[in-house]
Design a protein around this ligand. Structure first.
Ligand SMILES: Nc1nc2c(c(=O)[nH]1)N(C=O)[C@@H](CNc1ccc(C(=O)N[C@@H](CCC(=O)O)C(=O)O)cc1)CN2
Ligand SMILES: Nc1ncnc2c1ncn2[C@@H]1O[C@H](COP(=O)(O)OP(=O)(O)OP(=O)(O)O)[C@@H](O)[C@H]1O
Length: 197
């Protein structure tokens, strides 16, 4: 698929480098204050209030950090799941019980310890999605492994909410047929309903 359209995948690659550099430039203080605003914005979503089962993610360095949000969601009695990477770029939702026990994964990711409970993508009420960038049209640029494109194909459109920093909402993200669209974007500065293209 990538080979059939090299120009788009090359443009995505260039954009990824640029967005990774912006993410790396964030200071620890800035990450902390932005995370706190992002948490409040997610907590204010009707999708959050109505959700029983939420898929979030455990941030890698520089990524929109949901740790504070996840702690609050657990206190609110929500079921919280995070992505677990499987072979062949597949992913599943593993239940997160507490924020204390993790194993070390690739790219500085925290993985769930073995024995976690799994739920289906169709059963989730809200899926908070990481990314390097997203456009108002709902096109998302990820790390380039295609994990979320494969996973989101099984998640109803309205449940797909990107959670990232405000400077990651940018125009004109190149899109390929397999790219899964995002319904809503929540950042540390705003909540955006995307234009369904
Ligand atoms: N916080 C967070 N969790 C997430 C994602 C994400 O973007 N953010 N993912 C979004 O997709 C998935 C993980 N994505 C990954 C993408 C690439 C590689 C990867 O290239 N791994 C290399 C090792 C790289 C290294 O350690 O330097 C490998 O396994 O060979 C791993 C995970 C699921 N969890
Ligand atoms: N549903 C799918 N089935 C098979 N291959 C897919 C599917 N979706 C994406 N891919 C493949 O995955 C690769 C990466 O896709 P893309 O560049 O969109 O990743 P990404 O969305 O940026 O990354 P991620 O989802 O891991 O954060 C592409 O080469 C594409 O061919």
């Amino acid at each position: 698929m990538t080979e059939s359209n090299p120009s788009i995948s090359e443009r995505k690659k260039g954009l990824r480098q640029k967005m990774l550099a912006m993410r790396r430039a964030l200071s620890a203080n800035e990450t902390e204050s932005r995370s706190s605003s992002l948490k409040e914005n997610i907590l204010s979503l009707p999708e959050y209030k109505n959700a029983k089962k939420i898929m979030a993610f455990l941030a890698m360095k520089g990524e929109s950090n949901l740790d504070g949000f996840i702690r609050q969601a657990l206190l609110d009695g929500k079921e919280v799941y995070i992505p677990v990477c499987l072979p062949e770029r597949q992913m599943e939702a593993g239940r997160l019980i507490d924020m204390e026990h993790f194993e070390k994964g690739p790219l500085g990711l925290r993985n769930l310890p073995a024995g976690y409970e799994v739920t289906s993508p169709e059963s989730l009420d809200l899926v908070l999605i990481p990314g390097l960038a997203v456009s108002q049209e709902g096109i998302r640029l990820g790390m380039g492994a295609g994990y979320y494109d494969r996973y989101l194909a099984r998640v109803p459109f309205e449940k797909r909410v990107a959670a990232l920093w405000d400077f990651q909402v940018i125009p004109d993200i190149p899109s390929e047929p397999f790219d899964q669209k995002i319904a809503k974007i929540v950042t540390d500065k705003s909540v955006i309903v995307t234009k369904r293209g």
